[in-house]
Design a protein around this ligand. Structure first.
Ligand code: SAM
Length: 221
C-alpha cells in the first residue's frame, strides 16, 4: 500500500541528486536550474522514457509506476544503461508512486512540457471509472502541472477507453486537440507504440490503437 513508499512533501522536496546524480551532485540542486519536464505516468517497464532520454538529452524525465518490482526493474535498467553508455541516460529516472494521488507532490504549477498516459489500465466497469488515470477531476491536476503549450499524450488498444480519454480531454476547457500536421511532425507520437512494451505487444498481435494528443492552452478572459 501507499505507506510503503516515501512521498515528497512538495516538489521542492524531490531529491534530484538521487534521481540524476551526475547532473545534481548535491540535494540542494545548486549548479543546474533544470527541472523534470516529462512525466510518463504508469511507465511500466520504462521503454518510452528510455527512448526519450536519448532523443531529448537536455531534458529531465521521470517514469512513475505503482508496482514495486516493476519500478525496481526500471531502476536497474537505467543504471545498466548508464554503465554501458557513459555520459548517457543521466537525464532519466523512475519513481514508485501512486500517480493518482501524488502528482502535485512532484511537480510545480506549469513545470511539465509533456505528460504520457500510455496503455493505462482500462477499468471497464462503470463504478470503476473513477479509478481511470484520465478523468475530468485528474485533468484539472494535469492542467495545473503542465505549462502552457505542454502536450498530453494518451493511447490505448481498448476502444472504449480511447473514446473516454478523448471525450474527457475534448470537454476540458484547458486542453485543445493538436492538428494532424502537428501529430505528423512530432517525433514522439511514433514512439507511443514503437517504444512502449505494451505498444510493441499490440503491434505484434496486429491490434488497433486509439490515441488522443492534446495541448494545454491558456485560459482566456
Ligand atoms: N505505459 C506502459 C506501456 O505502455 O508499456 C505500461 C502500461 S501498463 C498496462 C499500466 C501500468 O500503469 C502498470 O505498470 C501499472 O502498474 C501502472 N499503474 C496503474 N495505476 C497506477 C497509478 N495509480 N500510479 C502509477 N502507476 C500506475
Amino acid at each position: 500500500s501507499d505507506s510503503h513508499f516515501p512521498v515528497p512533501l512538495s516538489p521542492q522536496h524531490v531529491d534530484y541528486s538521487l534521481h540524476f546524480p551526475q547532473i545534481f551532485p548535491s540535494p540542494d540542486r545548486s549548479g543546474d536550474a533544470r527541472r523534470i519536464e516529462f512525466a510518463d505516468v504508469g511507465c511500466g517497464f520504462g521503454g518510452l522514457c528510455i527512448s526519450l532520454s536519448t532523443l531529448f538529452p537536455e531534458k529531465l524525465m521521470i517514469g512513475m509506476e505503482i508496482r514495486d518490482k516493476v519500478t525496481e526493474y526500471v531502476k536497474e535498467r537505467i543504471l545498466g544503461l548508464r554503465t554501458t553508455n557513459p555520459g548517457q541516460y543521466q537525464n532519466v529516472s523512475v519513481v514508485r508512486t501512486n500517480s493518482m494521488k501524488y502528482i502535485p507532490n512532484y511537480f510545480e504549477k506549469g513545470q511539465l512540457s509533456k505528460m504520457f498516459f500510455l496503455f493505462p489500465d482500462p477499468h471497464f466497469k462503470e463504478k470503476n471509472h473513477r479509478r481511470r488515470v484520465i478523468s475530468p477531476f485528474l485533468l484539472d491536476e494535469y492542467a495545473y502541472v503542465l505549462k502552457e503549450g505542454g502536450i498530453i499524450y494518451t493511447i490505448t488498444d481498448v476502444e472504449e477507453l480511447g473514446v473516454w480519454m478523448r471525450t474527457c480531454l475534448e470537454n476540458h476547457p484547458m486542453f485543445e486537440c493538436i492538428t494532424d500536421e502537428e501529430l505528423e511532425a512530432d517525433p514522439v507520437v511514433k514512439l507511443l507504440v514503437s517504444a512502449t512494451e505494451e505498444g510493441q505487444k499490440v503491434a505484434r498481435n496486429g491490434g488497433q490503437t486509439f490515441q488522443a494528443v492534446f495541448r494545454r492552452v491558456a485560459l482566456s478572459g
